[in-house]
Design a protein around this ligand. Structure first.
Ligand code: BG6
Length: 510
């Protein structure tokens, strides 16, 4: 082959493998003293700076109530970075970032504080070359979206002059049902056009989640199997071993279904089940996700096809842990579910008749997120029953975390003189196949928002469709009893086991 015709990344600026660097811009974080900013956003910004992916004059403005001066804010950011950054702490990178951060004090009802913010932004544009391009990150409770959006509009901050941009990045929960999600979308869209709104679902920023698309659409191997002809059912599991100590304010009254099924798990379902987009562009991708979400419905009757639970005291490994109602801040009578399982169906040619089982829970046996396609049994088995007792159903498992990778499970001959067949695993592991470390989800998503790359952000329509799927289940639960207790450290309530055993299936024990 003539080597001169090879793709040359230095010669061809279109090479998508080159790291993309954001153009001139700055970011304002509302809720900068909150947990998310401390644990995820500030470390991610440092990691981006450390990787050289932020523009030279990038400036970060923190907006908050605390009586802080520049040094207090610097100390706070530095601690967050030292604790949470993925990449090594380098003094020269930190020094540059420290010069690029500003704290503006104020509350969301304080017109003067927003006017000061506006003046600060204008000054930064003049002195640091941010060119009038600003992202506003709302890391705040949803009931504050409206006042902040109003202030951004009133002060003129939301308005971009010609050739400049203003974007808003918002965090879930996007409402607590369809009606409130619509209201929230209207509030935000009244100030920012939809193409300037970036809704974060951090699962979409995970490498393994993006790999679902690579696996499905870059290969020929799997697609023929990816249909109801061969797939018996799909299990999407997001299990966590941690409890909810310290999160009562957010979680009590919200529960597992609203916290992670409405967003992370339904997005995983959409990526697993959607058709191939015509092109790998945001609009084509979103169109396919929307199509599959429109075809997705809960399977009835909900009494049999759903389950929910609440963890009680137990053992997590060698640690004795409290039940939810004994955790600080939770109502001792709380009926908030910490485990939820549902059965969904997708009314399309590819998926009709294939149940999608979604489950999530806190204080389960271990932390694992995976998508398992469980295949039908071979229609005919020439080996005797006795020889195949240890042969289960074939499965393809996308291991989202931890131990990221893909596993194929199939039968193999046990060495020996008889034809005994037993399940074995064939693994692809990210850490073995690649030397590169995966970026944190927030690194990827913050950079994408600054680059105006919206593929990994759910649109308002996706958010509303997810609520449409979940609302009937939430309504049913609200009027039918309470979550069933399950012991911390186990795999959830009995009703979840029954939900599958009724259909002669079992949950995987990852
Ligand atoms: C968040 C939920 O969105 O995701 C938390 O609010 C959950 O309850 C968290 O613990 C899990 O994220 P990850 O990336 O650790 O799986």
């Amino acid at each position: 082959m003539d080597r001169s015709t090879w793709f040359n990344p230095l010669r061809d600026p279109q090479d998508k493998r080159l790291p993309r660097i954001a153009g001139p811009c700055g970011m304002v974080i509302f809720g900068v003293t909150g947990d998310l900013a401390r644990k995820k956003l500030l470390p991610a910004i440092y990691d981006l700076a450390n990787r050289g992916l932020l523009p030279a004059g990038f400036t970060l403005i923190g907006f908050g109530r605390r009586d802080w001066d520049h040094d207090d804010f610097c100390d706070y950011v530095k601690k967050a970075v030292e604790h949470g950054a993925r990449t090594a702490f380098r003094d020269n990178v930190w020094q540059r970032l420290a010069e690029a951060i500003i704290f503006v004090r104020g509350t969301f009802d304080d017109d003067a504080a927003f006017d000061t913010l506006n003046a600060t932004v204008a000054e930064v544009d003049n002195t640091r070359g941010t060119a009038g391009n600003w992202a506003f990150y709302l890391s705040i409770p949803p009931d504050s979206f409206s006042p902040v959006c109003h202030q951004l509009q009133r002060s003129g901050l939301a308005e971009a002059a010609d050739g400049q941009w203003r974007r808003v990045i918002i965090e879930k929960p996007f409402g607590h049902d369809l009606a409130s999600a619509k209201e929230l979308n209207e509030t935000v869209n009244a100030v920012f056009p939809e193409d300037a709104v970036f809704r974060i679902d951090h699962y979409l920023g995970k490498e393994t989640v993006q790999n679902i698309m690579a696996l499905r659409f870059a290969n020929q191997l799997f697609d023929p199997l990816w249909t109801s002809h061969y797939v018996d059912h799909v299990q999407i599991t997001m299990a966590e071993d941690m409890g909810l100590g310290g999160r009562a304010g957010y979680y009590d009254g919200i529960g597992a279904a609203r916290d992670v099924i409405q967003n992370h798990l339904i997005q995983l379902l959409a990526l697993t089940a959607m058709e191939e987009p015509i092109e790998f562009t945001p609009s084509e991708l979103q169109a396919e996700k929307i199509k599959v979400l429109r075809a997705t419905k809960p399977v009835l009757p909900l009494a049999k096809t759903t389950a929910r639970g609440q963890y009680t005291a137990g053992w997590q490994g060698s640690e004795q842990v409290r039940g939810l109602t004994e955790e600080d801040g939770f109502d001792p009578q709380s009926t908030t579910e910490t485990f939820a399982a549902l059965t969904l169906e997708i009314n399309s040619r590819r998926w009709a008749g294939v149940p999608f089982y979604l489950r999530t829970g806190k204080r389960l046996g271990r932390r694992v997120t995976e998508i398992a396609l469980v295949f039908k049994q071979a229609p005919h088995q020439p080996f005797g029953d006795v020889m195949t007792t240890a042969l289960g159903k074939n499965a393809m498992v996308i291991r989202v975390q931890p131990d990221e990778g893909v596993t194929m499970r199939f039968g193999s001959k046990v060495p020996g003189s008889t034809m005994e067949v037993r399940d074995v695993n064939m693994d692809f592991s990210y850490s073995e196949a690649f030397t590169e470390q995966s970026p944190e989800a927030y690194e990827r998503l913050i950079l994408d928002a600054l680059l105006d790359e919206s593929s990994l952000f759910p649109t308002n329509e996706e958010v509303e469709l997810s609520w449409k799927i979940l609302d009937p289940i939430l309504d049913y639960w609200a009027t039918h009893g309470k979550p069933e207790p399950y012991k911390a450290g186990t795999w959830g309530p009995e009703s979840a086991e029954k939900m599958l055993s009724r259909e002669h299936r079992t949950w995987r024990r990852p």
